[in-house]
Design a protein around this ligand. Sequence first.
Ligand SMILES: [Ca+2]
Length: 323
Amino acid sequence: MQIFKIRKVENFCLLAFFPHAIIRPADRRFPAKIRPVTSRYPEPELINRPNVWLTILICLFSLGLTQSPAETIFSDDFEAGKLKDRWQEVNIRNAEAGGLEARPQYVHSGKASLRLTSLANNGQESGSQVIRWFMPGYGHLYYRWYAMFAEDFDQGDLMHWTGFRGCRIDDRWSGFGRAGIKPDGTDRFFTGLEPWRDWGRYPAPGALNFYSYFPEMKPDRDGVHYWGNQFFPDSAFVVERGRWYCFEVMLKVNTPGQHDGEQAFWVDGRKLLQVNGMRWRDTEMLRLNALVFGVYIHQARRNNTCWYDDLVIATHYIGPKTE
Ligand SMILES: [Ca+2]
């Protein structure tokens, strides 16, 4: 059974971490189009009625009949090529703020990892992030990765880390931005795995929890803002600095109209939290289709670094590396 809390968050703005959520140029949108059948290949009448096919496809997705058996949809061990070859957004301001890491003590396997640093910014927000989409999206996914926080990591109080996002299948940016606003069931959902210091109760980086946006989330005490609602294991898991962990997160979307969505996370192969009964969405137009790796700190007074390696995103449980 999870402990459910509402985080009181002041004076922060995710929009700065996701600048493209503010400026949404037309070329970043990918409207779903139904390609008309050409006269070159005459088709039966049914095929000339794309709404019928669309309805059938949506029904199949609803019934889970199109879910492939077990599929790895993306992986990155950060060994080859450039980050931009595999991540559609690389929001790393300069070399100091992150990139591929080759120093062996900061690599989990092979010869390279990903380093992300939140640069000191006079107590103002600061972050580095990479984003990978998998459009149009999935209904049930896991992502497994290794990560290590620097020995001197100390975010102060508030930060954001990694997260799955649900965007509309016709707008891959719909899941970004709008911090403090409750999703309406058709625009977005989000769940981050994050360390939480609870205002100094836990040593940096803090205790792991889900930080989630969904249509039934609870408001802040001011009754106006909706900051991410937090889900904790029964026993707090406080992340240690300077060592690698294997993390894994599962998210299952709900059937529209039902509370059958889920989320769960594991550390080093041990399941620490399972949350059932989630209503993430009210339409099939909203699916699980983006992953963000990032280090974002609300009041950045110093540099804070985290390393990532051996990421796999799959339709099945992955677990720690065995070789
Ligand atoms: Ca590697």
